[in-house]
Design a protein around this ligand. Structure first.
Ligand SMILES: NC(=O)c1ccc[n+]([C@@H]2O[C@H](COP(=O)([O-])OP(=O)(O)OC[C@H]3O[C@@H](n4cnc5c(N)ncnc54)[C@H](OP(=O)(O)O)[C@@H]3O)[C@@H](O)[C@H]2O)c1
Length: 236
């Protein structure tokens, strides 16, 4: 149980991060949710009793250092923040793509550098990979390399910074607000035809991903692992 432990969720105002914040609070953890938008954080605070919130941006190392300098001790950090850009590698300014890789990989490293000195024994970091590591989608090439790098980051840091534990979750098609910006009319429901072909023929829920994140936080025998929560999407 996470009772009385300090959990920090970077990207905790919506979607999977918010589900992790809610699940950790339900176990009695102190939870600090961080994201860029105060309005979203205020909505999250109303939805999750006792949630602490702070504005911060994983793309800004100084903002991340500021977040952790205000926290005395940390038990677990989950990093949900991470965006994608779809398009040909030949068509868009390369910086649009580099930015998506940098935030997921170098942003995670900035979080680790800011937080590890405050981490208590038994502590862990959980990163976010994704289905595109195993099943690349045309146009989403930058997601494929960035999520795979996040999963590999968990494996290498599990060695370099032991006994702190590092793990990752790899969600499949998950019903979150992320899809509203990609498919403004239907949101995640636009994926119904795709998920119908999966062994578990539906979207994953954010709560199902959160269950895996909490398992990785709590089970002190697991490090360097990636848990796939994708309804079997990798198999078809
Ligand atoms: N949904 C899926 O199907 C799916 C599948 C595979 C992997 N993933 C990955 O899972 C993670 C969470 O996805 P989601 O679907 O829950 O996304 P989401 O619904 O868009 O939520 C993203 C959260 O991260 C915050 N955030 C975004 N950029 C940030 C930044 N630079 N610094 C700090 N916070 C930031 C957002 O709040 P603000 O906008 O206020 O910052 C929000 O709280 C992402 O890394 C995504 O790539 C999602």
């Amino acid at each position: 149980m996470l009772h009385d432990q300090q959990v920090v969720v970077i990207g905790g105002s919506e979607g999977i991060g918010l589900a992790v914040a809610k699940a950790a609070r339900a176990q009695g953890a102190r939870v600090l949710a961080v994201s860029r938008t105060r309005e979203k954080l205020e909505v999250a605070r109303k939805a999750v009793s006792g949630l602490e919130i702070q504005v911060g941006d994983i793309n800004d190392p100084e903002s991340i250092r500021g977040i952790f300098s205000g926290v005395t001790a940390v038990d677990h950090v989950y990093i949900a923040a991470g965006s994608t850009k779809v398009g040909s590698p030949l068509d868009h300014p390369i910086q649009d793509f580099k930015h998506r890789f940098d935030e997921r990989v170098w942003g995670s490293i900035d979080v680790v550098r800011a937080a590890h000195g405050r981490m208590r024994a038994g502590g862990s970091f959980v990163f976010t990979g994704g289905l595109s590591s195993d099943r690349p989608v045309p146009g989403a090439w930058v997601s494929g390399i960035a999520t795979m790098a996040a999963e590999q980051l968990a494996r290498v840091l599990a060695l370099d910074l032991a006994p702190i534990r590092f793990n990752a979750v790899a969600p499949g098609y998950t019903e979150t607000p992320m899809w509203d910006s990609i498919f403004p009319r239907e949101g995640a429901r636009a994926l119904d035809a795709v998920t119908a072909r999966q062994p578990v023929p539906r979207l994953v829920s954010p709560d199902e991903v959160a269950q895996a994140v909490l398992l990785l936080m709590q089970n002190e025998a697991i490090t360097g692992e990636t848990i796939h929560i994708d309804g079997g999407a990798r198999l078809v």
